[in-house]
Every structure is written in structure tokens, then in C-alpha cells.
Design a protein around this ligand. Structure first.
Ligand code: PMP
Length: 448
């Protein structure tokens, strides 16, 4: 019997009791390789002694002080660190407790920015289909995952969605990346013109799409075109790097690889690596100036923002990543992970696409490779893969996403940055076994 709602509804689940490095252990003595960092969270793995020591030190000094009364040393130091390494133009940090809170704050900051500038008529948010920005109402409204939104639609603020940049399904045969980037980005310009350029607040996108599609990076040039369209119409660009940011793709910020800097950026997950709940909004100087020169106040706040324990954990995580040069490992081992995935799955009849950057890699599962036909959603193949992987002692983030109005299946890998080449070999071997077991468990004929 359990009183925890999510478990009572889901049924049996192992009880996690400890972990070390890339492994988590349950109460029955079974261990699991954490090949997804939970949901791309545990970027330092489990039980990291330096982070634990930092948490002890902070708990001994100060656990909590409300930001309405005090600032704190760890919050100040973390903000300083985040700005040191931020994309060009970013000047300030707003610390919150997670990804959804960061997205909510970014959306409200964008709206208040235009109020401060004397443009209160601006009210539209544009985002993309097949994206996820969080489960609170504002973030859910921005997201484009129909399954997660459907029953809450009457409660959601009006948002507008364009197609994602999703080469596997939306790039035409023979179309160059440049031509596809131009065509995909053009949808943003068309939408801005349709809504009226002086009515739009911001465009929101995940730099590399995570939870709804399984590590889908933009094609070359796409984000640069998006940036210039936003600039042309004076619209803010919000990049949501809650999942793909803080080193996951091999650079601290995923957008660096696209040569683009946003006006606002959201971070969470890898920021605190799961040692504490924490998220952040990075904002650019011109947004700060509008607030400073206007009301002097951002009309927002949460009880736990700038939490000293959370900030201390995040700072310790970021110190370890820098000290141990772990981003170089993400790039090198990420390339090895890609190579191994290609080797194992390039000819697999139910793996349609292998994609991603760094240690953020996705597989898309299809019933038929030639037609890219998805499996019947009722089969819940992604859930079968997750379950089979757990049986093989492997954690992967397997989800269903909405693809062309249908429910598709994908598997996301996001192992800790400390993973080795030998670990990668075991991960790919177990994943292969799990996918094959999951497909074998489908009642014949396997298919749509
Ligand atoms: N944005 C993105 C891109 C995410 O992947 C997530 C979480 N999967 C969120 C926002 C929401 O973060 P949280 O679950 O911490 O509220």
C-alpha cells in the first residue's frame, strides 16, 4: 500500500535506496546503469563526494533565508558563475526551483519587458509543435505536446504553434539542410505577420528537443534564421535549455553550437544535477535595462527562489564539471556513443532514426523504416522498452511523442558526463536487448 499518488496509480516500482557513479541501486539488491540521468538530470552521476560535502557545509551554515529579506553567498556566487560562462549579451540571472518555474518566469519576464517599454498591447507567444516546456499552466500552454495539453486546454493561455525543425520527418527527400532551415524558419515569419508583428511577445523553442521527440537537434542555419527573424520584428527569443543545456550536448549551452544567443534562456536539470531542485532564467542586458529603467521590479517570485542549499549544490556541480574538464568527456564519449548506436542500430528494422549531440542521443522506433510508419500507439512500445531496459538493469528515458497527429515512440539516452567508453559498450548492448525484447513482446503481427 502506498500513499504516493504517482506510485499508487502506476503500480509496482523498485525502491531506490542508493547510488554511486552511473549506477542506482534498489531495495531488492538490483542495480541499474543510469543511462538517462533520470530525465537528463544526473549529469555527475550519483553520490558525488564533492557535491555532498558542499551540501553538508552549506547546511551547517545556512539552509534558508527568504529572498525578500536577504541574499546569500551561494546564490550570489552561482549567479556570478552563470554569467561568466553565459552566451553573449546575457547579464543577469533569476534563480528558481525547476524547469517549469524557469519557463513561467521567462514568459512573464518577456511580457513585462514590453509593458516596461510602453508596448502593453503585445500578448502573443509563439512556440512549436512537439515541444515540452513544463507542466505548469503557462509552460504547458507554450508546449506543443497535444497529449499532455489535451484535457487542460480550456485552462491554457492562447499560444500559437509552428512546426518543429524535425529533419527525419519534415525535411523533404533531396531538400538541402539550408533549404529546409529556410522553409522551417519561414513559418515563424509567416506566423508573426499573421498575428501582427507589434502584437507578438516572444518565440520559445528548445534548442535541442528532448522529452517529446528524443534529442532532435536543429539543422544547420535554422536557429540563426530564427534569431534574425526575431530581430527583424523586435520579438524576444527564449531558448529553453532545461534539458539540453548545462553541458549535455558538449558545450555548456547547446545554442553555442548554432552560433546563436537568446534574449532569455531557461536552465534546470543538469544545473543542480539532481542534488537539489534548482532552475534559472538567464536574461540579457537590454531586458535588465528595461526593468531597471522602468518599474525597477519584476512582478514575480517564489518562496524558494535563490535557495542557498540549491545554489550551493549547483555551484559545486559546476565547479566539478569545470575542474574535471567534463565537457571534453561529453564531446568525446558522446561521439563514441553515436558510433556505437550507429553500429548496433543503423540496420535495425525498427530503428528509423539515430540523432542527437554530445551525451544527448535519441532513437526513433518505427514499425516500417521505408514508410516511417509509427507503431500502433495502443501497443505503448516506449513503455515496453523502458520496462525491458529496467529488467536488463538499464535506465532509459523512453517516451511517446505526437508525430503528424499520431503517437510515435522514441528512446532518449542522457548518461552522466563521467561515463566511460567501457560503460557505453554495456549501455548499447543492454539497450539493444531491451528494444528487441520489447518488440518481441508485441502480439504478432508486429506493426501498426
Ligand atoms: N523544459 C524542458 C525542455 C524540459 O525538458 C522540462 C522537463 N522535462 C521542463 C521544461 C520542465 O521542467 P520541470 O520538470 O523541472 O518542471
Amino acid at each position: 500500500m502506498t500513499r504516493l499518488l504517482h506510485r499508487a496509480i502506476r503500480g509496482t516500482m523498485p525502491v531506490a535506496i542508493g547510488g554511486a557513479g552511473i549506477t542506482l541501486n534498489d531495495a531488492d539488491g538490483k542495480s541499474y546503469i543510469d543511462a538517462s540521468g533520470g530525465a537528463a538530470v544526473s549529469c555527475l552521476g550519483h553520490g558525488h563526494p564533492d557535491v555532498i560535502a558542499a551540501l553538508h557545509r552549506q547546511a551547517d551554515r545556512l539552509a534558508y533565508a527568504h529572498t525578500g529579506f536577504f541574499t546569500s553567498e551561494p546564490a550570489e556566487a552561482l549567479a556570478e558563475r552563470l554569467i561568466e560562462d553565459a552566451p553573449p549579451g546575457i547579464s543577469h540571472v533569476y534563480l528558481v526551483s525547476g524547469g517549469s518555474e524557469a519557463v513561467e518566469a521567462a514568459l512573464k519576464m518577456a511580457r513585462q519587458y514590453f509593458v516596461e517599454k510602453g508596448e502593453p498591447q503585445r500578448r502573443h507567444i509563439i512556440a512549436r509543435r512537439q515541444s515540452y516546456h513544463g507542466n505548469t499552466l503557462g509552460a504547458l500552454a507554450a508546449g506543443g505536446n497535444e497529449l499532455r495539453r489535451a484535457q487542460f486546454k480550456p485552462l491554457l493561455i492562447e499560444t500559437h504553434h509552428i512546426d518543429p525543425c524535425y529533419a527525419y520527418r519534415l525535411q523533404k527527400p533531396g531538400e538541402s539542410d539550408q533549404a529546409y532551415a529556410a522553409r522551417a524558419a519561414q513559418q515563424l515569419e509567416d506566423k508573426i505577420i499573421e498575428l501582427g508583428p507589434d502584437q507578438v511577445i516572444a518565440f520559445v523553442a528548445e534548442t535541442v528537443v528532448g522529452a517529446t521527440a528524443g534529442a532532435v537537434p536543429p539543422v544547420a542555419d535554422y536557429l540563426a534564421r530564427i534569431r534574425s527573424i526575431c530581430d527583424r520584428y523586435g520579438i524576444l527569443l527564449i531558448l529553453d535549455e532545461v534539458m539540453c543545456g548545462m553541458g549535455r550536448t558538449g558545450t555548456l549551452h547547446a545554442c553555442t553550437q548554432d552560433g546563436v544567443a537568446p534574449d532569455l534562456m531557461t536552465l534546470a536539470k543538469g544545473l543542480g544535477a539532481g542534488y537539489q531542485p534548482i532552475g534559472a532564467v538567464l536574461l540579457s542586458q537590454h531586458i535588465f535595462d528595461a526593468f531597471a529603467g522602468g518599474s525597477g521590479f519584476f512582478q514575480h517570485g517564489h518562496t524558494y527562489m535563490g535557495h542557498p542549499m540549491a545554489a550551493a549544490a549547483a555551484l559545486a556541480v559546476q565547479d566539478v564539471i569545470r575542474r574535471d574538464n567534463l565537457l571534453a568527456n561529453v564531446a568525446a564519449i558522446g561521439a563514441e556513443l553515436d558510433r556505437r548506436l550507429q553500429e548496433r542500430f543503423a540496420d535495425h528494422r525498427h530503428v528509423g532514426d539515430i540523432r542527437g549531440r554530445g551525451l544527448f542521443r535519441g532513437l526513433e522506433l518505427v514499425a516500417d523504416r521505408a514508410t516511417k510508419q509509427t507503431f500502433n500507439p495502443a501497443l505503448k512500445l516506449h513503455a515496453r522498452v523502458k520496462q525491458a531496459a529496467m529488467a536488463h538493469g538499464l535506465m532509459v528515458y523512453a517516451m511517446g511523442g505526437t508525430i503528424d497527429g499520431r503517437h510515435g515512440d522514441h528512446v532518449l539516452l542522457a548518461p552522466p558526463f563521467i561515463v566511460t567508453r567501457a560503460d557505453i559498450e554495456v549501455i548499447v548492448e543492454r539497450l539493444g536487448a531491451a528494444i528487441d525484447d520489447a518488440i518481441a513482446s508485441i502480439p504478432a503481427p508486429a506493426g501498426v
